[in-house]
Write a protein that binds this ligand. Sequence first.
Ligand code: ATP
Ligand code: MG
Length: 243
Amino acid sequence: SLRVRGLRKTFGDLVALDDVSLDVERGTTTVLLGPSGSGKSTLLRCLNLLEQPDAGTIDLGDGPIEVGGKLPARTVRAIRSRSTMVFQQFNLFPHLTALGNVTLAPMENRGLDRAAAEARGRELLGKVGLAEKSDAYPDRLSGGQQQRVAIARALAMDPDFLLFDEPTSALDPELAAEVVAVLADLASEHRTLVVVTHSLAFAQRVADRVVFLEDGKILQDGTPEEFFSSTDERLRRFREVIS
Ligand code: ATP
Ligand code: MG
């Protein structure tokens, strides 16, 4: 599991994360909701140290690691190697095929030989429904297909945690549905997912926990039932505006 304590991140005078503490249990799906600017992306990026927190600790099961301030490269690598981020814009390498995108990091960073990386890459592309597209370049794939390649690429690193920042918000509804189906499939296999989304339907259907952020603070952390039945005025307003 992942335990975050007292995470703080400022940009100049702006407090983007204010003393955020969060537990993510292994095998569960946590959905991060909240208004624009509430700190969802910043939180996700801090979990992966793509953003340097000002203060706080992250515990990946081996004891809390102080993540505030300048960190040794070794610490950054240790934390980063445990999770993989999937972005709103799929960020595929345009000069590599779907299979090439999925096999690059395992070969470069994990020392897999090409045959092993390709065998695993084909298996993962099959898993996201793209067995037929292994040799296609990104510009020949739909947005939903590109995002599924990005998910296969993330899975190829065998991360303990998969972090998704609005993985469907750049997609038309029917393409988004394909990606949601892949996420639901990963959730049902009890992978550990943290998903930022504006989709209440996704939260309702897939989340084990819903964490609601506002102004860099966690306003509510509980089951989807608790989120959807909360009578807190701010949550009610959010539910109305978004649906
Ligand atoms: P959205 O739903 O619009 O994606 P969000 O909840 O992901 O919003 P963040 O991107 O985490 O919000 O931003 C939180 C706050 O931090 C915002 O006020 C934002 O303007 C600010 N912020 C984020 N990144 C930076 C940065 N690199 N430099 C300065 N301010 C930033
Ligand atoms: Mg964001």
